[in-house]
Design a protein around this ligand. Sequence first.
Ligand SMILES: [Zn+2]
Length: 263
Amino acid sequence: MKWLLLTTLLILNIFTSGQQPWREGEMQVRVYASSRAELDFIRQSCLNLDFCDGFMRAYLTPEELGKLSTFGILTETEISNLNEWSASFGPAGVPNGYYTVAQLDEIADSLAVNFPDICTLHTIGIGSGFNVLYALKISDNSAEDEDEPEILFDGGIHGDEVGGPENMIRFARDLCLQYNNDPYITDLVNNREIWIIYCLNPYGRNYMTRYNQAGIDINRDCGYMWNGEGNSPGPFSQPETKALRGILAGNQFVIHCSYHSGT
Ligand SMILES: [Zn+2]
């Protein structure tokens, strides 16, 4: 049985290692809608995009871009080949100066080991690509569920937005290092239960892609207002969103802050 499992994992690993992190030919494109009809067409097309200041930033296959052009919608390509762009970051997978997933996990582990009274590390699921999903809980008596307001932060749901995990792990480190040094931070740690999912999409971070290993934008995979964007086949279809739902259901968060960033 053990050998069967190992063989299966090996085959899956071989399969996934040849996979491209973005869709075939995918591009990053600015989209300028100049009329209600164009906006309606874009919405009906279920494209993967974010609203920015005066334009939409979309992630499009050549076929999707062709449909916009045929409709007469103005576009401007920012990155013409996202798979090549991802590969350009080399073995580290992230821009110089940013932590890798392994380094993020090492810092999280070291915080839990060195500050056991105020910091505990929780496994909240196994993400796509066999990546373990972690959450740090930082609070006085962190091993106990006390009667204190609970707050959730997450970062890195879009793996290519490297600012999120960076921000989250540095925030966690500041909370631990400044506890009993900085009065404001000490008060926060004493009177809040602060949960930090510092990297919700490790596969995406490893390969500098918006998607998880299944090619799905997990920020379009939750239940509220789900509409099939981002290649999502249904609400909470992915292990990352199931893990997020689990931690949300298991606690009483008064604030949930999700960090996104540029690349
Ligand atoms: Zn994002």
